[in-house]
Each structure stands twice: as structure tokens, then as C-alpha cells.
Ligand binder design. Structure first.
Ligand SMILES: Cc1cc2nc3c(=O)[nH]c(=O)nc-3n(C[C@H](O)[C@H](O)[C@H](O)COP(=O)(O)OP(=O)(O)OC[C@H]3O[C@@H](n4cnc5c(N)ncnc54)[C@H](O)[C@@H]3O)c2cc1C
Length: 302
């Protein structure tokens, strides 16, 4: 262990792990170790950490629930941050506005909104990520996206400076936004519309049921691998190009949804990545359409 890592380990104790295996922090269950894995207790500790590493020239990655992320087998050089439980709190700040920690799971936010008679957050119960991940991805389904209910976010930049960004200062688009990569989202204010618990519960159940019918559950996946093309859904392009039966090693494509790629048990990230590239190439050859990745692939190439 070099001197900097030793110093950081001594300073941050149990919250910092050297060479932590990342496969348990993502839905694919894949990926090698992070050089430095940091799970801050609270905002002050995160600021302190950022101050301490600012001259070390380390690349910083942050992961949420890891439901949209594929991590390479050789792991991640630099730092991986995963926000701890203090970043997973929900506060009702007026009758239809919530302040939500970035690590809070979307489903929890949807349930909290329901308990408080707030509608328009039902779709969050269908997305298995955290609020931080949902904002970066502008996640959504069935006609709703998180940008439609967002008021503002609080962030820390890479030096530990705190800022608030209003919705209007951020550009959102289909499965993405222009929030700088260095920004770590701490929390968000979300605004719904007042309704009744009964109506919200009904809408939430309908969406969950719809989701169950169309997408596989209890599998190791990152959800939709590619973004939909403006004229056609990615799953249709994959199926029509004859790629839905492709596999490499234990990396497969879901029979229920051909845009869901799966670690069928013993896949490596390299298998999944090769399968992604093979499908992308074949779809391009057959249709002339260049599929764009929705999932994020991170980590060292070798
Ligand atoms: C079964 C399944 C179904 C899915 N269905 C849908 C769906 O219907 N609609 C949809 O949009 N998506 C869907 N997804 C994809 C995924 O759940 C969403 O993209 C989700 O919002 C990602 O959140 P996460 O916390 O898991 O993000 P991660 O995968 O951990 O990270 C995604 C990105 O967000 C960044 N990030 C995470 N937290 C922070 C933070 N605090 N600050 C700054 N950056 C951060 C990461 O660095 C990364 O770039 C599905 C995935 C699965 C596995």
C-alpha cells in the first residue's frame, strides 16, 4: 500500500476500504476491485475526504444502486464513492414537496409520496435505482421522467464545495443530462401533486403490474442496455436483426426483453461487453442504425 493510501485508510478507518470487490455493489454482480472504496458517513466526512485527495490526481467515480452500471473485470483505478445511509433520508418540506437524500431508493420515495397523498411519483416504484442515479440518467417510464418532478439538487464538486442547482440550470434529455461528471449529488427536491393515498396506490400498483408483464425480474442485469432509437425500440431492432439468441460465455439476452442483457451466473464483464459489441455491430449491419448505450460501462480496459 502506498503512503497516500495508508494515510487515507488511517484517517477514514472503516469507511474506507482498499481493494474492495465491486461485484456486490451492482445488479450484474460483476466487476473487479476499486483501488479506494469510500463510503462516507455524512456530508462533512465526504467534504473532508475530497479535501484530502484533491492533490492526489485520483479519478473519482460515484455509484448509486448500481442498477445501470457494468464494471470491468480489472476493476477501477482511483476512487469509488458509495453514499452511506445518512444520504438516504426523506423529508416532507411542504404538502407536495420532498427533500430526498441521493442514496434513497426510488421505490422508497414513491412509497413515501403515497403515504403523504402525493401523486406523480408512482413511476419511481418501477425503477430499481437511487435518486442520484435517476437524476444523472433522467430515469423514467410510462411517460414520466424524474426531470418533470425535479425542483433542484444539492451537489459537492470535486473539491468539496457545496452548490445548489435549480432545475432550469440543468439540461435534461432522454436518459441523460448535462450535470458535470465531477459533481456528486447529495440530495434533491422533488415536487408532486396532491391526490389521495388510495388513488396513488392504485396507479402505483398498475404501473408495477405493467412492468412485471413486460420485463424480466430477479435477474442479474442493468436493465435496458441500449437507448431506444427515435424510430424504433432497441429491443425490436435487436430481435429483428436476429440477435436475441446471441450469447457469449454466460452472458445472455433475456427471452422476455431482448434489450436486457444478463449475467446468467458465471459471466465475466468481458463476456457481457463482447456480447454488447457483437449485437451493436450486427444491428448496424442489418439496419444501418448505430445503437447507443444506455448502461454505463466503467473501469480499466486491462
Ligand atoms: C431490472 C431493471 C429495470 C430498469 N428499469 C428502468 C426503467 O424503467 N427506466 C429507467 O429509466 N431505467 C431503468 N433501469 C435502469 C436503472 O435502474 C436506472 O438508470 C437508475 O436510475 C440508475 O440508478 P442507480 O442508483 O442504480 O445508478 P448507478 O447505476 O449506480 O449509476 C448510474 C449513473 O449515475 C451516477 N450516479 C449515481 N449516483 C450519483 C450521485 N449521488 N451523484 C452523482 N452521480 C451519481 C453514476 O456515476 C452513473 O454515472 C432499470 C434497471 C434494471 C436493473
Amino acid at each position: 500500500m502506498n503512503i497516500e493510501k495508508k494515510y487515507l485508510k488511517e484517517k477514514f478507518g472503516k469507511n474506507l476500504i482498499i481493494k474492495e470487490n465491486l461485484s456486490k455493489y451492482n445488479w450484474f454482480n460483476l466487476g473487479g476491485p476499486a483501488d479506494i472504496f469510500f463510503r462516507p458517513e455524512n456530508k462533512d466526512q465526504l467534504k473532508d475526504f475530497l479535501q484530502n485527495i484533491k492533490n492526489l490526481n485520483l479519478k473519482i467515480n460515484i455509484i448509486g444502486a448500481g442498477s445501470n452500471t457494468l464494471i470491468r473485470d480489472s476493476g477501477i483505478k482511483g476512487v469509488v464513492i458509495k453514499l452511506g445511509s445518512k444520504f438516504s433520508q426523506i423529508k416532507l418540506i411542504s404538502n407536495n414537496v420532498l427533500e430526498v437524500g441521493a442514496a434513497t431508493l426510488d421505490k422508497k420515495v414513491s412509497d413515501f409520496a403515497k403515504e403523504n397523498n402525493i401523486s406523480n411519483m408512482e413511476f419511481l416504484s418501477c425503477i430499481p435505482g437511487s435518486i442520484g442515479g435517476a437524476i444523472i440518467m433522467n430515469s423514467g417510464c410510462y411517460g414520466s421522467e424524474i426531470s418533470q418532478i425535479l425542483i433542484s439538487i444539492k451537489i459537492l464538486d470535486q473539491f468539496g464545495n457545496e452548490k445548489e442547482l435549480k432545475r432550469d440550470e440543468i439540461e435534461f434529455f432522454y436518459r441523460g443530462c448535462n450535470i458535470p461528471k465531477e459533481y456528486l449529488i447529495l440530495s434533491a427536491k422533488l415536487k408532486g401533486t396532491l391526490s389521495s393515498k388510495k388513488l396513488v396506490a392504485k396507479k402505483q400498483e398498475e404501473l408495477i403490474e405493467r412492468k412485471k408483464m413486460s420485463q424480466p425480474s430477479r435477474i442479474k442485469t442493468g436493465g435496458s442496455t441500449f437507448k431506444n432509437h427515435k424510430h424504433k425500440k432497441a429491443w425490436e431492432l435487436i430481435k429483428e436483426s436476429g440477435c436475441d439468441k446471441f450469447s457469449i460465455g454466460d452472458a445472455k439476452i433475456s427471452e422476455k426483453h431482448s434489450n436486457f442483457f444478463i449475467n446468467n451466473g458465471n459471466a465475466k464483464t468481458s463476456d457481457v461487453e463482447q456480447l454488447i459489441n457483437k449485437v451493436k455491430k450486427e444491428v448496424y449491419n442489418k439496419t444501418g442504425i448505430n445503437l447507443e448505450l444506455e448502461i454505463k460501462i466503467i473501469g480499466n480496459e486491462k
